[in-house]
Ligand binder design. Structure first.
Ligand SMILES: C[S@@+](CC[C@H](N)C(=O)[O-])C[C@H]1O[C@@H](n2cnc3c(N)ncnc32)[C@H](O)[C@@H]1O
Length: 844
């Protein structure tokens, strides 16, 4: 059976529509109609009380069905719009005021029928709702017993909950016939059920306990079977558990805290209970009083005991520790077989389960402490090393100094000894400005131990998170082409931005081979610097040391007159440095810094195209989308910076003027470019900008999902000028104004064909012109003829409509006997087309 939806459009079922059609204020009208069809109480009633009547559909049904001149009184917390033949008022049915108002209206009359369709504000907690509804039913019953005539009918809505049977029991005491039913218009997913109680017994005196929720819904401590008792005795009442099984979720389990101390299975208790109680009156437990007085029973412990379902691992541990202490105090801690002097038996000390538990916990705690201490130390060490590198980059120290400073206990364990630097290839990396890479991602000696010692659970959690993240990535890339493009771009960024040009890598490799000692590593850098500064063409050299992307970025028109790549100014110092044979490192650094500065604005702004923009508001999101559309749509068009080395090589062929056609597409990059172009920013400013809190991130051991997330948000927010934003806006406007790919392709095809025809014509006319056998006049005539022929438009080929019939096709798929352009249509379409043509002809 199809389950109806509880929310949204699911509500708009046939009963809803029917109610609308019939003018009932609520679909609930049909519930009463169906109940009345079954039991026929409305036709027989002259006075009716409708409790919880708003918006009033039941009153509407009653007014329609009951005999003329009947009296209908409806009450609700909410106002009820007037209904013909019905008195309505606003009141809370649980109050005396409501009772008094009803009495005023009824005067001496009694009701033949009392209806109750009340529901408290449903939506908080289901258990809570169910209980308040049951209470409301009892209140309605109370009113019914006040106003019902003997033999009268009480119809009420009840939720199937643990109190359902208790309510039925009470109804049975007061009415001769009690039947529960669910009308078809009541949704299956709803737990509501209607109880029709007929034949009110109208006893002279009703035991107040019958209508007291505390008595009726009291939990029974003794489940002894006792059902015969007609006299209400809540103490002995047994709840007949028929119908729905009670789920655990509606049960609230509580036990005295002392029981938790005594139990041998504390975990099971913590898992199954909702509360550990200190209520001595309720539990009458002396141990509980003692426990309550213990100084170990702190406020925190009490709070934890209040609601066990909300506790975390830490709190559970706290409770378990408290239990162990309490057990010790009360003498439960160890079970010893004591000396039995008279028997002289051997004494065996047996560690109790609790003792084992405690030892285990202690061990675990010690392990955890040790792990966290190690982690702390590792972190501190990393931070220290990072600081050193920054100092070195900023000329505050040199690798030599570092090497001297960092004497490990055995001279080996520090990465900062020159030998270690050499092993890790650190000097090369430093030389390349890849400071981030120097962060020790691996510490071979300790690593394995660390893994072993790390908290297993945390590792598991990490693994799960990683797995979930890769699943998420896979799902996303399956369903989202943009995401795929972004990832591909990012991957190629990693390979492009972070690394250097191939050439440089080659030189790095060469250097690596040479780096066998501390000194040689420095020499290697020296060579590297010299290599970079070779006077042949320094501009080209520096450009080659940039990434392709950076080079292209600075190739743009806007940087034409800017000295970013005009290295003369710095050449002086560089060449000068080259002369200083004793100290080559600063020279290297000068170049590196320049590289770094050149890369930095790009890697963060220019190249980060979509990613940078993404975090900055909608308008820029549009840019991103656009750029991505471009990526997927604009094959062969170079307006957007693309990534991927091969793509670049294939697509970004230099243009005629030798420059690469590349556009800045983010407002930040545009602003930066404008600032550089206008001289507001110098290369030094760019360098300075390059050093910010995001420059050297410690990514050591951080999971991929975390780094991805950080990539999105942890980046400097560069200011955007109005001019920069306007330039990008204008660019995008132009971009948006362009036709779609198909149209553009068609136009390009047309252009291409025209060009081909022209070329053909040119060749032909050249042949004619070269022909010596004909006169100049004839030549001119022939050429003019050819040109006018070429200028003539070819008549459009008629498209033949062919009715689709299976089997009547040749090998190529072309229908047999059809020449020229054709289109396969179905018979109906062909007829329709013909009919249209006929009609058009007639009209003409
Ligand atoms: C399902 S609606 C009743 C629909 C009504 N039978 C009809 O046909 O239009 C439940 C109503 O119970 C009312 N209600 C809940 N608690 C109440 C209370 N304590 N006193 C009066 N009305 C109450 C709510 O205001 C709500 O209008």
């Amino acid at each position: 059976m199809a389950v109806q939806k509880k929310h949204g459009k699911g509500r708009l079922d046939k009963w809803y529509k029917l109610a609308k059609e019939k003018g009932y204020r609520a679909r609930a009208a049909f519930k009463l109609i169906q109940l009345n069809r079954k039991y026929g109480f409305l036709e027989k009633s002259k006075v009716l009380l409708d409790l919880c009547a708003a918006p009033g559909s039941w009153c509407q049904v009653a007014a329609e069905t009951m005999p003329a001149n009947s009296m209908i009184v409806g009450v609700d917390l909410a106002p009820i719009k007037p209904i013909p033949r019905t008195i309505t008022f606003q009141s809370d049915i649980t109050t005396d005021k409501c009772r008094a108002t009803i009495r005023q209206h009824f005067k001496t009359w009694k009701a033949d029928t009392v209806l109750h369709d009340g529901a408290p504000n449903v939506g908080t907690a289901w258990v809570q709702d169910a209980f308040s509804q049951a209470e409301l039913v009892l209140q309605a019953l109370k009113l019914a017993t006040d106003f019902l005539i003997e033999g009268g009918t009480f119809v009420t809505k009840v939720f199937r909950s643990k109190d359902y049977n208790a309510l039925l029991w009470v109804f049975n005491q007061l009415f001769s016939k009690v039947e529960a039913t669910k009308p078809p218009s009541s949704r299956n997913v709803s737990a509501e059920i209607f109880v029709v109680c007929r034949g009110f017994k109208a006893p002279k005196r009703i035991d107040p306990k019958f209508l007291d929720p505390r008595s009726v819904f009291a939990e029974l401590s003794d489940p002894t079977p006792n059902n015969e008792a007609k006299v209400f005795n809540p103490e002995k009442k047994k709840r007949r558990r028929e119908g729905y099984e009670e789920g655990d979720y509606i049960q609230f389990r509580e036990a005295p805290a002392s029981e938790f101390i005594q139990t041998t299975d504390p975990i099971a208790m913590l898992g199954s209970l909702n509360k550990l109680s200190f209520d001595q009156q309720k539990n009458g437990d002396i141990a509980l009083a003692a426990l309550d007085r213990l100084p170990e029973t702190t406020d925190e412990i009490r709070k934890c005991c209040m609601d066990l379902k909300v506790l975390g691992r830490k709190e559970f541990r706290l409770l378990l520790r408290w239990r162990l202490k309490a057990r010790e105090i009360f003498g439960f801690a160890t079970k010893k077989k004591t000396h039995e002097d008279d028997g002289g038996e051997e004494v065996v000390k047996v560690e109790s389960m609790d003792e084992e538990l405690r030892i285990q916990e202690d061990l675990q705690r010690l392990n955890e402490n040790e792990n966290s201490r190690k982690k702390r130390e590792r972190r501190r060490e990393n931070e220290r090393k990072q600081k050193e590198i920054i100092r070195m980059q900023m000329h505050m120290t040199t690798p030599m100094e570092i090497g001297l400073e960092q004497k490990g206990p055995n001279g080996e364990d520090s990465m900062f000894t020159l030998a270690a630097v050499d092993r890790a290839g650190a000097i090369e990396k430093v030389a390349r400005g890849k400071m981030g890479l120097l962060v020790p991602t691996k510490e071979p000696s300790n690593h394995e131990d660390d893994i072993e010692e790390s908290d297993e659970e945390e590792d598991k959690l990490d693994e799960e998170l990683d797995a979930l993240y890769s699943q998420y990535q896979e799902r996303k890339s399956e369903s989202d082409a943009k995401y795929r493009a972004k990832r591909a771009r990012k991957e190629s960024h990693d390979g492009d931005w972070e690394g250097f040009s191939d050439r440089e890598n080659d030189s790095d490799e060469a250097l690596e081979q040479d780096h066998t000692s501390d000194e040689s590593s420095v020499e290697g850098d020296h060579d590297d610097a010299r290599h970079l500064l070779h006077p042949q063409s320094q501009d080209t050299q520096i450009k080659s040391s940039l990434t392709r992307r950076a080079a292209m970025f600075f190739d743009q028109e806007i940087f034409k007159d800017v000295g970013v790549l005009d290295i003369e100014e710095e050449n002086d110092s560089a060449v000068h440095l080259e002369d200083e044979e004793t100290d080559d490192r600063p020279a290297t650094r000068a170049v590196e810094e320049r590289n770094f500065a050149l890369q930095d604005p790009l890697s963060r702004d220019g190249t980060a195209d979509s990613q940078t923009v993404e975090s900055d508001g909608d308008s820029r999101d549009e840019m991103v989308d656009h750029s991505e559309d471009e990526i997927s749509n604009e094959e062969g068009n170079f307006e957007v910076v693309r990534s991927g080395a091969n793509e670049w090589e294939v697509q970004n062929e230099p243009q005629k003027d030798g420059r690469l056609d590349i556009d800045i597409i983010t407002a930040e990059a545009m602003t930066l470019a404008q600032q550089v172009a206008s001289g507001q920013k110098s290369t030094h400013d760019l360098m300075d900008d390059g050093f910010n809190k995001y420059t050297f991130r410690d990514t050591d051991g951080l999971p991929e999902w975390f780094l991805d997330d950080e990539d999105k948000h942890s980046r400097p927010q560069r200011p955007i000028t109005a001019a920069g934003a306007a330039a990008i806006k204008e660019k995008l406007r132009a971009l948006n104004a362009r036709p779609i790919k198909k149209v553009r392709e068609a136009k390009d095809r047309k252009k291409f064909k025209v060009a081909q025809r022209l070329e053909k014509l040119r060749k032909k006319s050249a042949l004619v012109a070269d022909d010596e056998g004909i006169s100049e006049k004839d030549k001119a005539q022939n050429i003019a003829k050819m040109m006018s022929k070429a200028a003539k438009k070819k008549p459009k080929q008629q498209v033949k409509l062919v009715v689709a019939k299976g089997g009547n096709r040749g090998i190529s798929g072309r229908p047999r006997g059809v020449k020229g352009k054709y289109k396969i249509v179905d018979a109906r379409l062909k007829k329709d087309v013909r009919a249209e043509k006929r009609l058009a002809k007639k009209k003409r």
